[in-house]
Design a protein around this ligand. Structure first.
Ligand code: KG4
Ligand code: ZN
Length: 359
């Protein structure tokens, strides 16, 4: 296999995954190691920040060693270092960012403090061991994760936000609905899986509107779903989670989950249709953990085919948090001659990536 310089090492520790990846100068993913902390957080039903930071520190030596070994390289071969600078849990970010900064300083290499959203945005172009697809000059990006539901317009180096969620993110409500049902962490992928066994038309839920704006809103849908669940319970339906049974819920609950998932993903499609009517979307790149959602992927594929939109759905292995996407975003910046001063980049739990366009 051809390997082109510069090799970029990526570090991602914004939440509960400790990740390290090595990409070559053409965006080939030579290694991408993600060490999950699911077991450490499971007893608490969600991520405990203090535990996450400690786990990152503990996991880093073996994660980084494995990333170098799988890529077949040594630190002396590396030509750039990237780490997530935010947003995320500040204690977690500090671990990866400090490691990245010191590595870059010690090895006298260019350093990149990457915004997590920027990492997701360009992840749809990763192709594993093949060269990354070149990023089109103009495209619309949709990032759906546990922290973001963002529609972005990219034109060369300029990225502007077209729409954001006004409240919860799409992945976040999947987690919250699943948590209410007693599902173990992480709930989002399981809710999606269970929804496959329900019939959405038997439990329709309203699709939230934000009037003329393209913005998203998910907290109303979450409340509606929980109200419907209570209604089922008051009517005597057993909504408890029975992991030893298959399926692990009564059929009424599965219909409700299907109705919830239908409304959650249809909201995205409505916004895209509206945007496409106003200003054609020639190319759409979809990424983020919730971009793994089966129904969303099916709907996007059908819509893009019908409308002649070039669609790039993030490969499933780069949908949820990983360090390959951070190294890739850094590589794109490095190609533009950009890099950061490791002495001034700071970790921040909330940092805006972009400005909103004037309306
Ligand atoms: O990108 P990611 O790993 O982390 C953040 O940046 O938030 O996304 C994780 C989120 C979680 O909320 C998770 O429940 C959600 O993505 N998620 C899903 C699915 N797989 C992961 N949500 C809906 N359907 C899925 N299949
Ligand atoms: Zn993410």
């Amino acid at each position: 296999m051809n390997i082109s310089p510069p090799l970029v090492i990526g570090i991602e520790t914004s939440c509960d995954d400790t990740a390290c990846a090595v990409l070559d100068g053409e965006g080939r993913v030579l290694s991408s190691v993600v060490s999950s902390q699911i077991e450490a957080h499971r007893p608490y039903g969600g991520v405990v920040p203090e535990i996450a930071s400690r786990e990152h520190l503990e996991n880093w030596p073996q994660v980084s060693r494995r990333a170098l070994r799988e890529a077949g390289i040594e630190l002396k071969d590396v030509g750039g270092v990237a780490a997530t600078r935010g947003p995320g849990l500040v204690g977690s970010l500090l671990v990866g960012l400090s490691l990245g900064k010191s590595l870059a300083y010690g090895l006298k290499l260019p350093f990149h403090g990457v915004h997590h959203l920027e990492g997701h945005l360009f992840s749809s172009f990763l192709r594993g061991l093949e060269k990354a697809e070149s990023v089109p000059e103009h495209f619309v990006g949709l990032v759906v994760s546990g922290g973001h539901t963002s529609l972005l317009r990219v034109s060369g180096a300029s990225v502007v936000s077209l729409a954001e969620t006004r409240d919860d993110a799409m992945g976040e409500v999947f987690d919250k609905v699943g948590k209410r049902l007693g599902l173990p962490y992480p709930q989002g992928p399981t809710v999606d899986q269970l929804a496959e066994f329900g019939d959405a038309s038997l439990a329709p839920l309203p699709i939230p509107s934000t009037k003329a704006s393209l913005d998203f809103s998910y907290s109303g849908l979450k409340t509606q779903t929980l109200v419907e669940l209570e209604r089922l319970e008051r009517a005597g339906c057993d909504t408890s989670y029975r992991p030893e049974e298959d399926p692990p819920f009564r059929q009424e609950v599965l219909h409700l989950l299907a109705g919830f998932r239908e409304a959650a993903s249809e909201q995205i499609l409505r916004r895209l249709r509206r945007l496409h009517r106003k200003q054609k979307i020639p190319f759409l790149a979809v990424s983020g953990g919730a971009a793994a959602n089966r129904l969303l992927r099916r709907k996007l594929e059908a819509w893009a085919t019908a409308e002649g939109v070039e669609l790039r759905l993030v490969p499933l292995r780069y949908a949820s948090d990983n360090a390959a996407m951070i190294a890739h975003a850094a590589l794109l910046r490095q190609r533009r001659g950009l890099h950061d001063d490791p002495f001034t980049v700071e970790a921040s739990s909330r940092i805006p990536y972009l400005r909103r366009p004037a309306r």
